[in-house]
Structure formats: structure tokens, C-alpha cells
Ligand binder design. Structure first.
Ligand code: PEP
Ligand code: MG
Length: 756
């Protein structure tokens, strides 16, 4: 190689000029390989591009037979080029023919070349092609030459990614980057969403690749690295609950990486080779990701994604970009794609632009999913790999019916889905027609259908759905989306708005249910717990912090002046907790009446049945309260000992199994026996087949997400309840049948044309 210090720089400058000149893509590629060969004093330089059918096609060459361009092909893993693409690692060989993977392609005439250096063309950790130089003499390419070729490969990656090469494809052949892919996972909220990908934590795409002044770029990198390190130290020094436990571990890892000498050295090297600081971060990260992609150790993989996050932070520092800009530039049909996400983060996105949510993790009863359901957007989860395969702006279809996504769909699939959307719109029309019809079974038994809500965005749903009222108002959502405890006035205002929007329909407010997976980042008293679901949460927490409960109760009492107030307590374990809460409520009532406040006309106090201990004192419970509401999400979690947020176990146990249905039936029976109204407000109520089962075992009131009201009502109006009761009389207590209960219920519905 000639001038080793300036070699890569000269080459990059040349490439920049070539990229800016107007010319046909094939001519540009031909010039690029020619210039690389000249710069590196190589007799051959060739570019292979990976197609969506896993074939590497020769796109340009200097030195090999030009007639082989677009004809010479290798499969992924085949030959040296295929090996580089499959492993995402460079190969540097002084005698290529001796390598066991060597495969001779006669059309190229490459037999006379001995030394071989090939590097993968990488972008965001994905291999898009392979760039090769060859020489006749047996030589080993130096480390700085490998580095230079890798940097050049980055420029080519950009050409591929921006679609510059797609004009060279033969019809029917696609490049790998634009390949349509489908994923299947779990359906968390029904609906079909057509739109464009918005990565929740976007990988920042660097388009400004070449620097003008390396030393200035190194200084820019240093400044940004310093502020990054300071911000991490600052987060670590705060004794904030949000930064404890796992968060703390992640931050410690960030700190370690941000001070990693090897990383900083590689970044500086890339800059000295002519890249901008941003492009250097992207390059080093891309190399590292590609090397780690085959790792199976979950711990190391996790650390890799920490490193990715850190690199993204550094890029943001360098580009001076904040998360606000991202929300601003949201397309009007955004489909959010995230590894995982908190409920509050979802609410940062403007509702009117959201068409769907795709999660790599998550479970149907996790809170971000509950919030998404309240917002009425289709949600799918357990979509492993979706984040790395998607690019911001890619067209995507979310199928919340089947639990699938289609990334970069083919036109015929898009047309089929557009038809499906029209079909669903017609069905919605049918549900709207049902809205004012009575909610009763075919044999005339009335079942109250109520909605679950928690934010003011939910309120219009009450009228839209024709529900009989709000069966569960999750007051903690207001706390979860705030950055500090909402003031008493803000609480009172929300409760008043809710009651006003209800126009006299009943509303059941649940006192704040925080703890467990509902974390308030600003709540300093909470500690990291070994088993948060079984920990200091809900009524346990509010009885220990009565100030919190008193403020809320006072806000509720004031907001409900002149109306009925229905209050319920979450996660009751012992009846004494109800008595203690009642004392606090009575005291607040006395206080307000002393100051001549307008009080509610009546006050009903209920308990949620979520903890199995209450199953063994049902009669006492029914007598201690004015109503009971079954929280089937938590009750199922505790009865089956299955974490409701654990993705791995999400589909393992079925709530429609005989033991759980028997438990639910004992609750409905006890309510009837004691004349205490019973309702059920977990996610179970919202699926037509499980709502049917609930009616069959005696529930006459159920509360669900607003979008479920139509399908559940349509089911009920076709349901011969007497027949279903007879079915349960025969089957519920029978010895375990070979056929699962769900299948029996499905057959019951199918035989009678009940839409479930
Ligand atoms: C439940 O546990 O079923 C319930 C309705 O409460 P949440 O989902 O808010 O915990
Ligand atoms: Mg619960």
C-alpha cells in the first residue's frame, strides 16, 4: 500500500466525490471497485450483495471477468464470500485456495489470485453483502488495511440501504434489506393496523459519513463522551427508585463501557480513517453487533443491548437530538415497535397518530398492554427479533386478531388486509347497531356489560359502546403518567370529569393500586423487592401511607357531591383491611360534613377479590362489603402461581380450566346467597368465549375494555343461557375430561351458532 496514513482518507474523499456525482448506479459501483483496487494496490476488488433468497450476487468487479457480474452467485455460507457473510467477520488469507471453504467459480477467472481479504458489508448489525480485494502474490493484509476496507464497506452499506442499488435488481429478485418478513407471536389486543414503523428507541441512522478534519472530530467525540460519562455518573449518584435494582446494574454497565479504552480507541481510529464521529460510533457498533449476533449466552446478549443503548445515547449527544424531536416527526399512521415499554411511555405518543403496538416481550395482562387496550389500538407481543429487522418508516401490518406482523408486506398481502379492515368496519357497524339493544341472552336474562377505564381518553367510550357504566376505574393510571404525585385538586378534577361523562351511569372507582409492576418513579418509599407481585402494593401500601389514601378519598368524596359514590379496594387479603379503610373513609366523611361540604348521596364500599385467601371466607367477605369485584388477572396469577407478566408462561395455563372456573363459580354463588352484587373486571371478561363461560357459571355483571362490548353483546344475544347452565351442571364438576374445557365450550358455541 502506498501512503499508509493517508490511504484510507484519500479513498474516502474519492468515494465521497463519486457518491455526489450524478451517474447510473452500475457505473458508480464500477468506479468504486476500480478506485478501491487502485488505492489498495490490489489487482481485484469485487462487491457481492446479499439477496432476500440468501444468495450473494456479484454486483461489480475490478479485475475478475466483467461478464460474470450479476451471474456469479454463492449461497450464504458457501465459499469464502458466503462464509464471511454468514459469520459477519472478515477473512484475511495469504493463500485463499488452501482455505477449506474455498469454492472456485469458473466464470470469474479468479484462480490466479492467492491473497484474499474480504469484509462483510454491515448496517445496524445486519450483513448486506461482502467486499473483497485480491492479489496475485501471497501476502497478508495489514490490520490498517482491514480497517480501511471495513470503513469503505460502510459507505457501500449506505448505498444499499438508501435503495440506490435496487434499480440493478432483476425483476423478482430483492435485496435482503428490503425483504418482506412476517413474525408470529401473541395477540394482545384485537384490531388490524396498517402503518409505518416507529422504533420506540430508534437506532439513529447516520448519513453524514465523511469528516473534513479528523482532529476536530476526535475533539467532538471526546466532548460528547465526557458529557455522556457525566450524565451516567449523575444518574448513578441519585438515590432514586427509578435508578435502583436492575436499572442500577444497567447504569453500572454503561459506566464501564463508556470508560472502556478499547472502545474509545476503535472510535478514534475510525475517525482518523476519515469518518465523522457519528459514523465512527455506528461502524464500531455495527462490527461489534455482527460479531456478537451468534452468541447464545443470554447475559452477554443482554450486555450487548446495553452497549447498543449506550451507543445510541452517544449518537444522540453528538447529534444534539432529544426524544421530543422523535415524537414530533411521528408519521400519522405510526406503529410503535419496542423491545418492551412502560405504560407511561406509551402515553407519550399522541393517540391520534397511533395505529398499533408491537412488543418483543410483554404479556396480555401487563400494564402497557392494558393502557394500549384503553387507547383502542391493536397490540401484538412476543415478536422476537422484530426490532432488529425493522427500520424506521418501513411499511408494516399489525394483525391483532392472529397475533402476527408483516413487515414490508407484498402488495397482494396489503390488499388482502385492506379488505379485512373493510370487513371489520362492517362488523363494527353491526356492533354499533347493537349498541342500544338490551344486553341480554337469547332466553332473556340480562347481563350488565361495563367498561374498564382509567384516563380521560377512555371517557368517550362509555357512550360509544353503550355500556351500562364503568365497572373499574383504575385511578392509579393518573399517578403512573404523572412525574410527581398528582395534587388533590387534579385528582378531584379527573373524578368529577369522569362522573360527569357518565351521565348518571354507575362508576366504580378503585383506590390507587400501585406497587407490583405499577411503579411510580417519584415514589421514594418503595424499595426494590424480591417478589413485587406479592409485596408492598395496593391496599397494603395505602394503609401504611394513610396520607395518600386520605387525599384520594377526600378528592373522591368532593367530586361525587350530590351523586352516588362507589369505591373499591384492591388486593384485599384480610377483612380487617376493609375495616381499616372504612375507618379512614368515615373520618373523611365526618371531616367534610363538619365543613358543610356537599357529600355523596350514598357511598358503597366494595372489595376486589384478587387474593385466594378470600375464597375461604366468602360469606364473611360478602357481609363485610356492599359489592365484590373479581380481579381475575391477579386472582389467576395467584391461584395458578404464574407471574402475569412472564412472557414465557403467558400461554401455558388456561383460565378457562375447570379448577379456576369452579373457584369463580363459588364466588358468584356466595354473592347470590348473601345478596351481595358480584362483578368481574379482569381481562377474562372481554373475550366472548370466556364471557360466555362467566355467564354460564352465574355472573350477571362483567367489566371489560370498551372494544370488547360489541363482540360480547353479540355473543350474549345468541346465547341460550339455560342450555349453558345445564352444560356446566354436567361438566364443571365432572372428573377431569380428556377434552379441555375450552374446547368443550368452543364446541358448545359452534353447535349453536354463537359468535365467540
Ligand atoms: C385484575 O387484577 O384482574 C384487575 C382488574 O386489576 P389490575 O389488572 O389493574 O391489576
Ligand atoms: Mg389487579
Amino acid at each position: 500500500m502506498r501512503d499508509t496514513a493517508s490511504g484510507p482518507r484519500v479513498l474516502l474523499r474519492r468515494l465521497r466525490e463519486l457518491m455526489q456525482e450524478p451517474m447510473e448506479p452500475q457505473d458508480r459501483l464500477d468506479r468504486i471497485v476500480h478506485d478501491i483496487a487502485a488505492n489498495m494496490v490490489a489487482e481485484v476488488c469485487s462487491l457481492y450483495v446479499l439477496r432476500s433468497d440468501s444468495v450473494l450476487e456479484l454486483y461489480a468487479t475490478e479485475g475478475l471477468n466483467k461478464n460474470a457480474v450479476h451471474l456469479a452467485q454463492l449461497r450464504l455460507g458457501q465459499g469464502l464470500v458466503g462464509t464471511i457473510a454468514a459469520s459477519a467477520r472478515p477473512l484475511n488469507l495469504s493463500n485463499a485456495q488452501e482455505h477449506p471453504a474455498f469454492a472456485y467459480l469458473p466464470e470469474t477467472g479468479e484462480e490466479i489470485y492467492h491473497s484474499f481479504l474480504g469484509v462483510p458489508v454491515l448496517r445496524a448489525g445486519r450483513t448486506l453483502g461482502v467486499l473483497v480485494v485480491q492479489n496475485k502474490t501471497m501476502r497478508n493484509y495489514r490490520e490498517d488495511e482491514v480497517e480501511a476496507l471495513e470503513t469503505t464497506a460502510m459507505v457501500i452499506a449506505e448505498m444499499i440501504a438508501t435503495g440506490d442499488l435496487s434499480r440493478l435488481n432483476r425483476t423478482g429478485v430483492e435485496l435482503d434489506l428490503r425483504r418482506p418478513v412476517s413474525f408470529t407471536g401473541s395477540a394482545f389486543n384485537d384490531g388490524i393496523g396498517l402503518g409505518h414503523v416507529v422504533l420506540h428507541e430508534p437506532r439513529i441512522v447516520v448519513t453524514n459519513l465523511f469528516n473534513e478534519d479528523s482532529e476536530e472530530e476526535v475533539r467532538r467525540l471526546e466532548t460528547s463522551l465526557n458529557s455522556l460519562r457525566l450524565s451516567i455518573d449523575d444518574m448513578l449518584s441519585r438515590r432514586d427508585v427509578a435508578f435502583e435494582g436492575e436499572h442500577r446494574e444497567v447504569l453500572e454497565a454503561y459506566r464501564m463501557f463508556a470508560n472502556d479504552r478499547g472502545w474509545v480507541r476503535r472510535l478514534e481510529e475510525a475517525i482518523r480513517n476519515g469518518l465523522t464521529a457519528e459514523a465512527a460510533v455506528e461502524k464500531v457498533q455495527s462490527d461489534m453487533r455482527a460479531r456478537m449476533i451468534h452468541m447464545t449466552d443470554p447475559y452477554l446478549r443482554e450486555r450487548m443491548s446495553d452497549f447498543d443503548d449506550l451507543a445510541n445515547r452517544l449518537l444522540r449527544q453528538l447529534m444534539g437530538r432529544g426524544p421530543e424531536d422523535i415524537a414530533q416527526s411521528l408519521p400519522k399512521d405510526a406503529i410503535i415497535v419496542a423491545r418492551s415499554m412502560g405504560a407511561a411511555e406509551l402515553l407519550d405518543y399522541p393517540r391520534e397518530k397511533l395505529r398499533g403496538l408491537v412488543l418483543e416481550d410483554g404479556a396480555a395482562t401487563s400494564h402497557v398492554v392494558i393502557v394500549a387496550r384503553a387507547m383502542g389500538i391493536p397490540v401484538v407481543g412476543q415478536m422476537k427479533g422484530a426490532v432488529s429487522m425493522a427500520e424506521n418508516g418501513d411499511p408494516v401490518i399489525v394483525d391483532g386478531e392472529e397475533g402476527a406482523i408483516h413487515l414490508r408486506p407484498q402488495p397482494d398481502l396489503e390488499t388482502a388486509y385492506a379488505e379485512k379492515v373493510r370487513f371489520r368496519a362492517r362488523r363494527q357497524e353491526l356492533y354499533r347497531e347493537l349498541r342500544d339493544k338490551p344486553s341480554e341472552t337469547r332466553d332473556g336474562v340480562g347481563i350488565d356489560l361495563l367498561i374498564n377505564a382509567g384516563l380521560s381518553v377512555d371517557l368517550p367510550h362509555l357512550a360509544d359502546s353503550g355500556a351500562a357504566g364503568i365497572g373499574l376505574f383504575r385511578t392509579e393510571l393518573q399517578f403512573m403518567v404523572a412525574s410527581a404525585f398528582p395534587r388533590a385538586e387534579a385528582q378531584e378534577r379527573l373524578y368529577r370529569d369522569v362522573l360527569e361523562a357518565a351521565h348518571g351511569k354507575p362508576v366504580t372507582f378503585r383506590t390507587i393500586d400501585i406497587g407490583g409492576d405499577k411503579v411510580l418513579p417519584y415514589f421514594k418509599d418503595a424499595e426494590q423487592e424480591e417478589n413485587p407481585a406479592l409485596g408492598w402494593r395496593a391496599i397494603r401500601l395505602t394503609l401504611d401511607r394513610p396520607g395518600l389514601l386520605k387525599t384520594q378519598i377526600r378528592a373522591l368524596l368532593k367530586a361525587a357531591g350530590g351523586r352516588e359514590l362507589k369505591l373499591m379496594l384492591p388486593m384485599v387479603t384480610e377483612l380487617s383491611e376493609i375495616a381499616q379503610a372504612r375507618e379512614i373513609i368515615d373520618k373523611e366523611v365526618r371531616h367534610l360534613s363538619r365543613f358543610a361540604h356537599h357529600l355523596p348521596t350514598s357511598l358503597k364500599l366494595g372489595a376486589m377479590l384478587e387474593v385466594p385467601s378470600l375464597l375461604f371466607q366468602l360469606d364473611e367477605l360478602m357481609k363485610a362489603v356492599d359489592f365484590v369485584s373479581v380481579g381475575s388477572n391477579d386472582l389467576f396469577q395467584f391461584v395458578m402461581a404464574v407471574d402475569r407478566g412472564n412472557t414465557r408462561l403467558a400461554d401455558r395455563f388456561d383460565p378457562l380450566c375447570a379448577p379456576f372456573l369452579r373457584a369463580l363459580k363459588t364466588i358468584a354463588d356466595a354473592g347470590r346467597r348473601n345478596r351481595t352484587p358480584v362483578t368481574l373486571c379482569g381481562e377474562l371478561a372481554g373475550k366472548p368465549i370466556s364471557a360466555m363461560a362467566l355467564a354460564g357459571i352465574g355472573f350477571r355483571s362483567i367489566s371489560m375494555s370498551p372494544a370488547s362490548i360489541g363482540p360480547v353483546k353479540a355473543m350474549l344475544r345468541e346465547l341460550p343461557l339455560k342450555e349453558l347452565e345445564a352444560f356446566f351442571a354436567d361438566n364443571l364438576d365432572a372428573p377431569a375430561a380428556k377434552v379441555p374445557m375450552r374446547a368443550l365450550l368452543q364446541a358448545f358455541a359452534d353447535d349453536r351458532g354463537i359468535p365467540v
